[in-house]
Ligand binder design. Structure first.
Ligand code: LIP
Length: 264
């Protein structure tokens, strides 16, 4: 049985997802039109963001927001804040690649306490609540239990052309390719983190992302028994914008590998 806050967040996400799916259905058509999908995606993002804020405000008036589309929206409740990315994986959405998600997290006094990441195309609803475990469509999740980096499948989010840290990313991929079984770049940090929680990926690494891209995923991974860290230090990824998520045995091995890349 879902808790009241997970019920509220899930209902808001499902309502926003219905609008998003209608927009997704238009994307293939827009790609062949002269205008292209860029502006349309902005509108889809904004529409989804608005529905989420309206629905969540109705159920929890006074909570603040931090969203990719509207930035910081102060609330009257000083303790609670929703973090929202209405479409994480925008580039995939624009190209009609069905690997994107609505992702919503709730912070209480700066601590992540509830999380939803939903892929409307695959109808995969990932939920987590602090101390209550992580779930995929109500099935309990557990991170993968592999212990040796040489056995792992890893998500490494490749930066966009012109993105920050391109030389570092190339060095990291080169080092990882010598150690892991395979590397994927799914294009949605939120879904990559959900996949770590589900034990599909053994680890995920992503640099220069925003709080709303990773907030829900961090709680999902922790509640599935995994760990997150800044890849270069012991700092909180929410503060540095860089994240490594994996299990306890693999964490030091990935940190050592990424350290080698920094030396290269
Ligand atoms: C994107 C991430 C993606 C990352 C990009 C970007 P958006 O979020 O989830 O994985 O590589 O840098 O931040 O822009 O699609 O919400």
């Amino acid at each position: 049985m879902s808790s009241p806050i997970i019920t509220v967040m899930t209902a808001a996400v499902r309502k926003a997802a219905r609008a998003l799916q209608r927009d997704y259905g238009e994307i293939a058509f827009l790609q062949v039109s002269q205008k292209g999908p860029g502006d349309f995606v902005t509108i889809a993002d904004q529409r989804c963001d608005k529905i989420l804020r309206e629905e969540l405000s109705k159920a929890r008036p006074g909570y603040a927001f931090l969203t990719e589309e509207t930035g910081s929206v102060p609330g009257t409740d000083p303790d609670h804040r929703f973090l929202i990315d209405p479409i994480d994986g925008t580039m995939n959405f624009m190209h009609a690649v069905p690997m994107f998600a609505i992702t919503v997290a709730l912070e209480r006094k700066d601590e992540l306490v509830a999380a939803i990441t939903y892929n409307p195309v695959s109808d995969e609803m990932y939920t987590a609540e602090k101390g209550g475990g992580a779930f995929l469509n109500n099935k309990r999740l557990r991170v993968a239990q592999r212990r040796d980096i040489h056995d792992t499948l890893v998500s490494y989010e490749v930066p966009h052309r012109g993105g920050k840290d391109l030389p570092l990313s190339r060095a990291e991929i080169a080092v990882l390719q010598q150690r892991v079984v395979g590397i994927r770049s799914p294009g949605s940090a939120a879904l990559s983190l959900a996949y770590v929680a589900a034990g599909r990926f053994d680890a995920m690494i992503c640099r220069n992302i925003s709080k709303w891209d990773m907030a829900a995923g961090i709680l999902l991974v922790r509640e599935a028994g995994g760990f997150v860290s800044d890849p270069d230090s012991e700092r909180n990824p929410m503060q540095t914008g860089n994240i490594l998520a994996t299990n306890a045995d693999l964490m030091p091995q990935f940190k050592a590998a990424l350290g080698k890349a920094r030396e290269a």
